[in-house]
Design a protein around this ligand. Structure first.
Ligand SMILES: Cc1cc2nc3c(=O)[nH]c(=O)nc-3n(C[C@H](O)[C@H](O)[C@H](O)COP(=O)(O)OP(=O)(O)OC[C@H]3O[C@@H](n4cnc5c(N)ncnc54)[C@H](O)[C@@H]3O)c2cc1C
Ligand code: FES
Length: 366
């Protein structure tokens, strides 16, 4: 108990000190106008003093982010070509030795205080901000809502990618908050995006979406982001998802169906009990249209009243059983989506069945 209290006190003091230093920095230092050079070809005159992430966003260059700049997702990496000072302690957990050597930095942590030159993938210039109108909100389970956001202009994305939803401040939450959500609609739907949002207790954005967002509301959305999409190979596909991890896999499966992709695909969907299952009818219908697609829902804790006759057990055990029965001769690829714990456990199972680590793709929702 004492250890926890000490940790909280130290954490609290650090947070206060960080806030004081930020305010002092802003008051004492006026960095004036500085130049950001991007990919050695484009140059932007900006006001110095803010983070690289928000400064670039001000110029409509949107770097991937799932945590909205809190330093907790590690997605906002950019290669910095000029000297912007040593790597900060808050960046260290997210940078591999190679990334450190290559001057990769977390753009939400480093500040633009003088001229800086950076390198980013060209496709990031295609990321746009869309003003959307919420056109439908449906409960698909007790804690997951399916929402459709109408866009005023068309969006182009790859099945499996995600967008960032920006919600306004409410209650004690000052200012906007941004979080990542994968498209559950397929790319042929261009007039907006469908998202599946699971309520996280006390979560800022999910509480807003579940309790405050209404049909007709206007919401800003950035995207598309991410490299979780189907690779064009002949390998068998192992999809594994839990909860709202359904979203990107559904988008990929619908896209495969529309494009007539006939690869063998096994989709393992893990849930606790029947009330956590959804889209069963739709998946059955897809199975009937795609002979090589197999949907395998599994319940870890079915209730007696569920009358469940399908697979029972942790999704890892179910996948393990299926792959063992099939034998490990086939070339396979894994596409995983859900909580970090589930994904880590599934990676071990796939590796056990000879799926090479570099052929396992995932988005960790957490
Ligand atoms: C690529 C990607 C795609 C994703 N796609 C989806 C998707 O399709 N559907 C989906 O539902 N989710 C998705 N997520 C997860 C999503 O981005 C959010 O992380 C999630 O919805 C929670 O957001 P929130 O703002 O409600 O919670 P947050 O406010 O971020 O809180 C998360 C948890 O942390 C706790 N917490 C917050 N602040 C603190 C603190 N200071 N101290 C201690 N605890 C704290 C909260 O109580 C809560 O339990 C995706 C994530 C990624 C990275
Ligand atoms: S935006 Fe999440 S770590 Fe930088």
């Amino acid at each position: 108990m004492e250890i926890i209290i000490s940790a909280l006190v130290v954490g609290g003091i650090s947070a206060v000190l960080a806030a004081v230093l930020t305010v002092a920095d802003a008051l004492v230092n006026n960095y004036g106008e500085v130049n950001i050079t991007v990919n050695e070809s484009k140059s932007y005159k900006v006001k110095g003093g803010s983070t690289l992430l928000s400064t670039l966003a001000g110029e409509k260059i949107f770097i991937p982010s799932a945590c909205g700049g809190k330093g907790s997702c590690g997605l906002c990496k950019v290669k910095v070509l000029s000297d912007i000072g040593p790597i900060l302690p808050t960046e260290l957990p997210y940078l591999s030795p190679k990334e450190k050597k290559d001057n990769i930095r977390l753009s939400c942590q480093v500040k633009v205080k003088s001229d800086v030159s950076i390198e980013i993938p060209e496709e990031l210039f295609n990321i746009r901000e869309y003003l959307s109108t919420v056109s439908s909100i449906e409960d698909v389970t007790h804690d997951i809502k399916e929402l459709f956001f109408d866009f005023e202009e068309e969006i182009r994305f790859k099945a499996g990618q995600y967008v960032q939803l920006i919600v306004p401040g409410y209650g004690d939450i000052k200012g906007e908050t941004m979080r990542a959500y994968s498209m559950s609609s397929q790319p042929s739907v261009k007039d907006g995006v469908e998202l599946l949002v699971r309520l996280v207790p006390n979560g800022i954005v999910t509480t807003y979406v579940h309790k405050m967002l209404r049909v007709g509301d206007k919401i800003r959305i950035l995207g598309p982001f991410g490299d979780f999409f189907l690779r064009e190979t002949d390998s068998d596909i192992i999809f594994i998802a839990g909860g709202s991890g359904m979203a990107p896999i559904r988008s990929i499966v619908l896209d495969m169906m529309e494009k007539g992709v006939e690869r063998n695909a096994y989709y393992f969907f893990g849930a606790r009990s029947k009330r956590d299952l959804f889209y069963l009818e739709e998946m059955k219908e897809i199975e009937s249209k795609m002979p090589n697609f197999h949907f395998i829902p599994a319940l870890s804790d079915p209730l007696p009243e569920d009358g469940w006759e399908g697979e029972v057990g942790l999704i890892t055990d179910v996948v393990d059983r299926y792959l063992a029965e099939q034998g490990d001769e086939a070339s396979r690829e894994g596409y995983l989506c859900g909580s970090p714990g589930m994904i880590n456990a599934c990676i071990s199972v796939l590796k056990k069945h000879n799926v090479p680590e570099e052929k396992i793709y995932y988005d960790k929702f957490g």
